[in-house]
Write a protein that binds this ligand. Structure first.
Ligand code: GSN
Length: 177
């Protein structure tokens, strides 16, 4: 055992990317085990590794953690990235929950039926532009991207994943549906 956290997910962003960002921000190296087929998921489900039969799953500190928010909260608290007091933590939680809301919209877009795609895309653009992005203003982005560990994660060759492509959808449908 290397002692590094081990991330179980498909080779894409989805609900694991914020966990990758958190570990990168904390300067923690991690290993990844990518699900390539439905059988890979079934194997984890059958061997009892997945508390709710779902990924993301992260092996860390002797635990097999499920639920992406719980995983994120644990890593943030462990590496002192979860605020200095209750109020700062509340603020972090609000920013995180809003990003999760937006991410759910983005993640589900490639899976929308053809006749709903255009409307769904319009909703994403509207919410991103008018509801979420104004809060995460440019100065916030500049500040975060200049944290040395994040700067490194943003360089080519890191474990950061590219946005999901339409070509990846059939493979994911085979694994998760
Ligand atoms: O945030 C979480 O980890 C959970 N509330 C949701 C996890 C989830 O929906 N996992 C799907 C894969 S899609 N994205 O992350 C999953 O493992 N589906 C397989 C199944 O049998 O439910």
């Amino acid at each position: 055992m290397s002692g590094k956290p081990k991330l179980h997910y498909f080779n894409g962003r989805g609900r694991m990317e914020s966990i990758r960002w958190l570990l990168a921000a904390a300067g923690v190296e991690f290993e990844e085990c990518f699900l390539e087929t439905k059988d890979d998921l079934i194997k984890l489900q059958k061997d009892g590794s997945l508390l709710f039969q779902q990924v993301p799953m992260v092996e860390i500190d002797g635990m097999k953690m499920a639920q992406s928010r719980a995983i994120g909260n644990y890593i943030a608290a462990k590496y002192n990235l979860y605020g200095k007091d209750l109020k700062e933590r509340a603020l972090i939680d609000m920013y995180v929950e809003a990003i999760i809301d937006l991410n759910e919209l983005l993640m589900t877009h490639p899976f929308q039926p053809a006749d709903k795609k255009e409307q769904h895309f319009a909703t994403i653009v509207d919410k991103a532009t008018n509801r979420y992005f104004p809060v995460y203003e440019k100065s916030f982005k500049a500040r975060i991207s200049n944290i040395p560990t994040i700067k490194k994660f943003l360089q080519p060759g890191s474990q950061r994943k590219p946005p999901l492509q339409e070509k990846d959808v059939p493979k994911l449908m085979k694994i998760f549906h």
